[in-house]
Design a protein around this ligand. Structure first.
Ligand code: SF4
Length: 268
């Protein structure tokens, strides 16, 4: 009998066993989830904000909150540079926020420790969390494809995120999480000393530049910040979902490459 009860519980959720009329009422109260959002609507929380934003750069990749596991089928990049390795080990044992409890892996960032260009995204998505490496999904593939077109390999640059662990269901980072995690980003930048940071998307651009101006207005401009020289650009996931033409991101990346000394011009 106990087995029978367990099987019934396993296969029939509350919704299945609600009476039909109640199910209809229930379905009418479900929240409406927006399928797409404009890049402009993504903004980091203001320091005084206590309400977590609910839109994410990687919204399309939403999945149920994963269970934490220490295993991965992928080779997780571990820095060879001693200073970065020490910082990596610090991040690995960090418990400063709760994201380490739900994330599968630390996504510290990887690339050339002497890179002239450092790309900064918002936070790991599902693919990044699984592989322990930033920008490995479709967005990362697009980014690397553009760079390859101009003779730049992924290994030539350094890629990191504002957060080192994935927020559940790709929700936006909370103010407290950013405050806890950005000291790691600052230390990464201090070690790598890139000539230029490229912030990808509204969230990281507005956070690093301490501005509320939308990404479409500031993208492609090279500005000073407390983290060093920064060029904000569009997040490749916004290009993939068709919000902007790829030429805008490509133009920005070429401008960034020229800024750090690459002899490249836009290819048709
Ligand atoms: S997200 Fe950052 S602050 Fe939070 S546990 Fe991970 S490393 Fe620590």
């Amino acid at each position: 009998m106990d087995n029978l009860k367990r099987i019934i519980r396993q296969y029939f959720t509350d919704e299945h066993i609600l009476p039909i009329e109640t199910q209809e009422e229930h379905s009418q109260t479900l929240p409406i989830v927006e399928e797409e959002e404009e890049e402009e609507s993504k903004a980091p929380p203001s320091p005084s904000s206590t309400t977590p934003p609910i839109i994410s750069e990687n919204k399309k990749e939403e999945s149920p909150m994963p269970k934490k596991t220490e295993t991965s089928n992928f080779i997780i990049p571990i820095p060879t540079d001693p200073a970065l390795l020490a910082l990596y080990n610090e991040c690995k044992t960090c418990k400063a926020c709760e994201l380490c409890d739900s994330a599968l892996n630390l996504v510290f960032g990887d690339g050339n420790p002497q890179a002239d260009i450092m790309l900064i995204g918002e936070a790991p998505g599902a693919d990044e969390d699984e592989q322990g490496r930033p920008f490995v999904g479709r967005a990362g593939t697009l980014l690397v494809k553009i760079l390859n077109k101009y003779g730049v390999q992924r290994e030539d640059i350094f890629i990191a995120n504002i957060l080192k662990h994935r927020p559940p269901n790709n929700r936006n980072p909370l103010t407290a999480e950013i405050a806890a995690c950005t000291p790691f980003l600052r230390k990464q930048i201090d070690i790598i000393k890139p000539k230029l940071l490229i912030t990808l998307g509204n969230f990281s651009s507005q956070y690093i530049l301490e501005t509320k101006v939308g990404i479409t207005q500031i993208r492609g401009s090279i500005q000073e910040s407390s983290y060093g020289m920064v060029m904000p650009s569009l997040h490749p996931s916004a290009i993939i979902r068709g919000a902007y033409p790829v030429a805008l991101l490509e133009g920005d990346l070429v401008k960034a490459l020229q800024y750090v000394g690459y002899d490249v011009t836009i290819e048709e």
